[in-house]
Design a protein around this ligand. Sequence first.
Ligand SMILES: NC(=O)c1ccc[n+]([C@@H]2O[C@H](COP(=O)([O-])OP(=O)(O)OC[C@H]3O[C@@H](n4cnc5c(N)ncnc54)[C@H](O)[C@@H]3O)[C@@H](O)[C@H]2O)c1
Length: 278
Amino acid sequence: MTGRLAGRVAIVTGAAHRGSDGLNIGGAIAAEFVAEGARVVAADVDAAAVAELADVLNTDRPAVVAVPTDVRDEAQLVALVERTLQDFGGLDVLVNNAGVFRGDDGPIGELGAEVWDDVMAVNVRGPMLLTRHALPALVASGHGVVLNTASTHSMGGDRRLSAYGASKAALNALSQYVATQYGKQGVRCNAVCPGATASPPLRRGTPEVLAVYDHHTLNPRINTPADLAKVYAFLASDDAVGINGMVLRVDGGLLAHQPYTPDLAALAAATTGPLLGA
Ligand SMILES: NC(=O)c1ccc[n+]([C@@H]2O[C@H](COP(=O)([O-])OP(=O)(O)OC[C@H]3O[C@@H](n4cnc5c(N)ncnc54)[C@H](O)[C@@H]3O)[C@@H](O)[C@H]2O)c1
């Protein structure tokens, strides 16, 4: 195999293919890793969707093994690493990508402790425990990489998704701690913060909501899972050896401008004369 991940073995959590909805972000990462020559252990709590992903990606060569896994259960995370070592003989890359953004994750004044606990269990505790159990193999590989899927919600507030935003900020910090503690042993760890991304859950939004995301993104369109996957493949490869402990926005410019810029641009387009009176 050729490609910048040739010979590498990766675990990708939250990796799925769901019928006509197609690949989610984790599924697209798995697909890109395979295209770059890696073998992938895809893990998701949705057993049918992760099995479907393996079916879709294993057309040219048997590169993907599907392992139904609930990242809230430490025993399943231990088993996931053991299965990877058994099937593929090592582990080079871990992508902690599984995450939940729950409809009942509302404003703090209405937030139930059980919602908070569940979001933290999936989005932070799972990645921490999986990293912990993967570290011996990642160190042994001599070029281990951990990539954590955080979010631009870790960098700014929203009307809802309070536990989600806090969990992703914790994941950013966790990434820097892993990099700090294991960098000298050859393990790089970075957090990727997608903005609004046209994955299946977001594509189910109303046209009005999708238009708001487009309006506030500097690129002509919001990112797709495939756009993100290219960045993950780069970060997982030796080409990114110089990047460690980074929290990287991959959001098409969503957070690169003053929040009111698109609104002022629309106002300027509809107004003759200077906006601020000068
Ligand atoms: N789509 C966006 O706009 C966006 C923006 C920023 C960050 N993200 C993050 O990207 C990641 C992928 O999101 P997506 O857009 O592909 O949505 P998605 O819902 O398709 O992906 C999340 C996956 O995680 C799996 N999952 C949920 N709970 C799990 C558990 N307990 N154990 C194992 N797997 C579990 C789900 O089954 C699903 O396949 C998430 O971490 C999400 O927070 C997405």
